[in-house]
Design a protein around this ligand. Structure first.
Ligand SMILES: [Zn+2]
Length: 173
């Protein structure tokens, strides 16, 4: 419920000066046109929760960006391993690496969506994913135990995609 101070056009200026102690509540009351006893409740009930919320949101975003950074670095390593495995003909290792890469892709898509850094990627409908899935199933023929692991991961990918509310046009519902 906004108070009289909330509605004042110079509200943020007044708040900053009070916080910096260059303005007393009596002076602020005169500017706003209210009794000075309205100022303290405004600072406590209207300002403080917002500041806390903003600080928490910023901290969360910083943390997510760090995670995203590390995730991208570890994906580089995964791709190097995949490259080496494929060139040595070690398809078992290549498939395991692909599973790891898919998990990283899913996590990155989720994080990126949360940060609104880019439009939400619809993983399940994207052509890359469809190709990836077909290629996977073709390669999995001789490895039934890996096929099971990969199928489970693909199911999780579908579930995660539903969870974020993707409706197929790249926007959150
Ligand atoms: Zn207020």
């Amino acid at each position: 419920m906004p108070c009289k101070v909330c509605k004042h056009p110079k509200r943020s200026e007044i708040e900053q000066q009070i916080a910096a102690r260059s303005l007393t509540t009596v002076e602020a009351g005169k500017i706003v046109g209210c009794h000075n006893s309205t100022i303290s409740p405004h600072m406590h009930s209207c300002v403080a929760p917002n500041v806390l919320e903003r600080v928490q949101a910023e901290a969360k975003e910083r943390q997510s960006l760090n995670v995203l950074d590390q995730l991208r670095q570890s994906r580089q390593v995964t791709l190097q391993i995949l490259d080496r495995a494929l060139s040595k003909g070690d398809y078992r290792l290549a498939l395991k690496t692909l599973v790891v890469e898919l998990k990283q892709l899913m996590f990155e898509a989720k994080l990126t969506g949360e940060l609104n850094e880019a439009p939400q990627v619809n993983l399940v409908l994207s052509p890359e994913y469809v190709r990836f899935r077909q290629e996977m199933m073709r390669m999995l023929g001789p490895y039934p135990e890996l096929r099971e692991e990969v199928a489970q991961t693909l199911l999780e990918a579908d579930a995660a995609n539903d969870e974020v509310g993707n409706n197929g046009n790249g926007k959150k519902q």
